[in-house]
Write a protein that binds this ligand. Structure first.
Ligand code: SAH
Length: 332
């Protein structure tokens, strides 16, 4: 049995051809799933009963069980991929439509000091159908999704192949038809994978978790910095910016007494001087780590504004239901 959510339209067509089923029927099924929001063969009214039975004999369409949690501004989905593997996705409604924050790994191996997912540890990569399931469940719950951010559990660039197949599927004009500009990928900054993304010519928006203005501090709170330092990271981002034309944002959580002084702001402004990188200052969400929320958010941001740096403040949404950035652990 193949999980139908593993397949883009051309793979589904190939699979149907192998079974001597006409191609147009694959297109009908694909449209039901991604345009008419049902994955249940029994609801596909233009498909004969004989075909429904036939398709169900080689295609798996069952969705995993899940729970919903309603916060003030967000809805969290806790999806049970298996007995022990849970992932979370967050729906963030706005005037411009609903954004879906998707997970890409069960857990995360990067061990950033302040992030709950890192503290929980790494289990495995999610496969394509598991990534897509998050979208299918959100749509099924009545949230029409118009933007995708790969900012949930895990490091998307460590599961790049599956993330890109999932992106292609949701991007397919014959299905969900989400334009590539509607996707943002957040990364802790893996240089070889950023290069790969660039070579494949995906014009996806990049958000990069910087969180510190110098290598000494960044290595302390984000071990990945020992492998890829800030200077090399910024160089590759400049190249990405130039090649793809996509704006890049640097995420910076303000941690009390750690990276929130005006000296840190000065160092940060030196780093981005002469670029058009956008700085996204993030309010820290309390995790089981030792860190605390900084009181300097507005002072820090005003300092950067005075230096003519593009800066915005991202207030936390979802912390009331543990759905905020860095709070996803796969538990309620
Ligand atoms: N691994 C990727 C994708 C995860 S995105 C990455 O690092 O970018 C999750 C975002 O939330 C990242 O920017 C991460 O640094 C940030 N984050 C982690 N812990 C946080 C916390 N406690 N409060 C606010 N943001 C946090």
């Amino acid at each position: 049995m193949t999980n139908i959510l593993e397949l883009n339209l051309d793979d589904l067509e190939k699979l149907f051809s192998k079974q001597n089923i006409p191609k147009y029927k694959a297109k009908q099924v694909f449209e039901w799933i991604y345009k008419k929001q049902t994955i249940d063969f029994s609801e596909m009214t233009n498909i004969s009963n004989a075909d429904k039975t036939l398709f169900a004999s080689f295609l798996k369409t069952a969705l995993p069980s899940y729970e919903k949690f309603f916060g003030e501004k967000t809805v969290k989905l806790l999806i049970k991929l298996s007995e022990k593997d849970n992932v979370e996705s967050v729906i963030i409604p706005s005037e411009k439509g609903n954004t879906l924050c998707m997970s890409t790994q069960v857990g995360c191996p990067l061990k950033c000091d302040f992030c709950e997912t890192g503290i929980t540890g790494f289990v495995r990569n999610m496969n394509v159908s598991e990534i897509i399931t998050q979208y299918i469940v959100a749509q099924k719950e009545g949230y029409e999704i118009s933007r995708i951010v790969f900012m949930g559990m895990g490091e998307p660039l460590l599961n790049l192949d599956n993330v890109l197949v999932a992106t292609d599927i949701l991007n397919n004009p014959k299905g969900a038809s989400l334009g590539i500009r509607k996707f943002t990928l957040s990364t802790a900054g893996l240089i070889p994978e950023i290069k790969k993304l660039m070579q494949k010519n995906y014009k996806i928006n990049l958000a990069v978790s910087l969180h510190a203005p110098n290598d000494k501090l960044r290595s302390r709170i984000m071990p990945i910095n020992n492998q890829y330092n800030i200077k090399d990271l910024l160089l590759i981002l400049l190249e990405y910016r130039q090649k793809t034309g996509r704006r890049i944002s640097l995420e910076y959580i303000l941690l009390k007494g750690v990276n929130d002084s005006l000296q840190d702001a000065q160092q940060l402004s030196n780093l981005v001087k002469g670029t058009d990188f956008h700085i996204n200052l993030i309010e820290f969400n309390q995790t089981s780590s030792k860190y605390q929320k900084s009181d300097n958010l507005s002072i820090f941001s005003e300092f950067l504004l005075k230096k003519n740096i593009n800066v915005t403040i991202r207030k936390s949404a979802g912390s009331d239901i543990k759905a905020g950035c860095g709070m996803l652990s796969g538990k309620k």
